[in-house]
Design a protein around this ligand. Structure first.
Ligand SMILES: Nc1ncnc2c1ncn2[C@@H]1O[C@H](COP(=O)(O)OP(=O)(O)OP(=O)(O)O)[C@@H](O)[C@H]1O
Length: 546
């Protein structure tokens, strides 16, 4: 049901028009059959009959062509629309939920599932056309003889039941195959992102192929072969049912009752004609099955395409005058299902003052990045509140609140184009920053686009910093930004770039392990196993100078 609703949402008018054209196409086909049978059995070739025949042929041609053209538009629009909608839906979902789902599963949704669902946009109207032909033919059969129709219908219903049971079984195997596909994407990611590690270690590569990739690919094949074979068996059984129905009418029924020759010929002719649309309907059940599985998959990931959501900021105003950002009793818990353990950050009580340079330090895994995600509003607090001055940041404010931050995370993503930065002097500004970041000899700007992003990690991070500069937001967050920089540029970052940002009135939060630069901070807070500690001076942290 959701599938139909989804397709109606995608392009309701096209779908409706294609279905209407299809119904006319089906009805004209049934009309042609009736006419042929009348001509054959009554030996009647009047001029009116010839004109009716020609008109029905023209109607069939026109309606068939119309529905086909509409279907091409519909399927292409559906793919475009679904891709856009799903991408928006993913970005509108909470970060934590997306992290839990993981990149490979999201990629599988964006490619395989969307394709499977989009394919049904093409299938459903064809389904309706053929369904209309079937209904038209059934009406004709009923008109020929209601008693034979009753017997034939009972026979057909019995056949459909025996056909449907294996179809259900086949769907459960297709579902298992789809689960394996998520795992396959995980392995494909290892191939693209772990190329170096796999190339450098032959044994690892061999085990990866034989134990990881091959095992999953084989299971995927196994479930697909099983699901599709059961489906093929059911389809073959379905085909035989037609001949059995004709056999019933030709050989069994005449022994039980007297049948008119025109009825027998009409039934045989119509059932033979019905084979094509019914086979079509059956062959379409497989993509429909796959789309249902894909939709279920998307819904179990909590990314329903049908539900409504908003990714628009509730308030578009920028933050101007503010004094203090407060975290009050804020906590975040990561549940690690597999290990049956959890990491708890907080409760954190922290005040961040406008215009200050705050360092967040602590050992690996102490919770610094998690805290930065809470501060920037990427994670809503599990418990506790965040206030901007006296304003409580609730769910409705979070989108607006996030727009006040520019951040370079340790796993940053670098866009080639400077998107969403409306600035009349953008190119001049970028050029100046490129000089300041010592990148002007490597990169230039063409139409708001970087000439290259194929750079060293340290250089790419400088470009990410450049993007943050251009965003010109009130609060900056740098998560171990300097870790990939050479000593010279590290010094420039801490002693020149950070103080410059502060002098422009920006609030700067720096996550850092570079203890030789801790003294430039206005204040330092330290995380220890998820607990925030405050210190008066560097020696309390265990750092001595001179
Ligand atoms: N996506 C995640 N899912 C589950 N647990 C996580 C996730 N990210 C972090 N954790 C847990 O939270 C803890 C804190 O992680 P976090 O990344 O905040 O530490 P960090 O202080 O920034 O470490 P580092 O200095 O190594 O970058 C980790 O020990 C880890 O157990």
């Amino acid at each position: 049901m959701n599938l139909i609703r989804l397709l109606l949402q995608t392009s309701g008018i096209h779908l409706a028009l294609a279905v209407i054209a299809g119904i006319f196409s089906g009805a004209s086909a049934a009309g042609l059959i009736a006419l042929i049978n009348t001509t054959l059995t009554q030996n009647n070739t009047s001029v009116a009959l010839v004109w009716t025949f020609v008109s029905l042929c023209l109607l069939r041609l026109a309606t068939n062509l119309t529905s086909q053209v509409l279907l091409i538009r519909l399927s292409q629009t559906a793919i475009l629309d679904l891709r856009m909608r799903m991408s928006r839906r993913i970005l509108a979902s909470p970060l934590r939920q997306l992290e839990n789902i993981g990149a490979p599963r999201l990629l599988a949704v964006l490619t395989e599932d969307i394709q499977a669902i989009s394919n049904t946009a093409f299938v459903i109207p064809f389904f309706c056309i053929n369904f209309a032909i079937v209904i038209g033919c059934l009406v004709y059969l009923y008109w020929l003889s209601w008693s034979v129709f009753l017997i034939a219908t009972c026979f057909m219903l019995l056949g459909i039941c025996t056909y449907q049971l294996p179809i259900l079984k086949s769907r459960s195997f297709l579902k298992l195959a789809r689960d394996q596909e998520d795992q396959l994407y995980n392995h494909f990611r290892a191939i693209t992102e772990g190329t170096k590690e796999l190339k450098l270690h032959q044994q690892r590569r061999q085990e990866f192929f034989s134990e990881a990739l091959y095992t999953t690919a084989r299971s995927y094949r196994y479930y697909n072969v099983l699901g599709m074979s059961i489906f093929a068996a059911a389809a073959s059984w379905g085909q035989i049912l037609f001949f059995l129905a004709i056999g019933l009418i030709l050989f069994v029924l005449p022994t039980l009752t007297t049948l008119n020759a025109s009825v027998v010929i009409g039934y045989a002719l119509t059932i033979i004609y019905l084979m094509t649309p019914l086979e079509y309907i059956m062959s379409m059940l497989l993509p429909l099955n796959k789309a249902t599985v894909a939709l279920q998959k998307i819904e179990t990931l909590g990314l329903s395409l049908v539900s409504h959501y908003s990714d628009h900021p509730t308030r578009s105003t920028n933050l101007h005058a503010w004094n203090c950002l407060r975290l009050v009793g804020v906590t975040h818990t990561y549940y690690q299902e597999r290990e049956d353990t959890s990491f708890i950050l907080g409760p954190v009580d922290l005040k961040i003052y406008a215009g200050e340079l705050l360092f967040i330090i602590g050992g690996n895994g102490s919770g610094k990045s998690t805290l930065s995600k809470l501060i920037t509003g990427l994670y809503p607090p599990d418990t506790g509140e965040i206030y901007l001055d006296d304003k409580l940041i609730g769910d409705r404010d979070r989108e607006w609140y996030r727009q006040q931050f520019s951040a370079v995370f340790s796993d940053f993503y670098l866009f080639e184009r400077f998107l969403g930065i409306g600035n009349l002097h953008l190119n001049t500004q970028i050029q100046n920053y490129l000089v300041q970041l010592q990148l002007d000899h490597k990169v230039h700007i063409d139409n708001d686009t970087l000439s290259t992003t194929a750079l060293s990690q340290g250089q790419r991070k400088r470009l990410a910093l450049l993007t943050a500069y251009l965003e010109d937001r009130p609060i900056y967050v740098f998560d171990e930004w300097a870790s990939d920089q050479d000593p010279l540029f590290k010094k420039i970052f801490y002693t020149q770039l950070l103080p410059e940002l502060k002098s422009k009135g920006k609030t700067v939060l720096v996550i850092s392990h570079d203890d030789q630069y801790f003294d430039i901070a206005d204040r330092i807070v330290k995380l220890e196993h998820g607990t925030l500690k405050f210190y008066q001076n560097l020696s309390q942290i265990g750092i001595s100078r001179g």
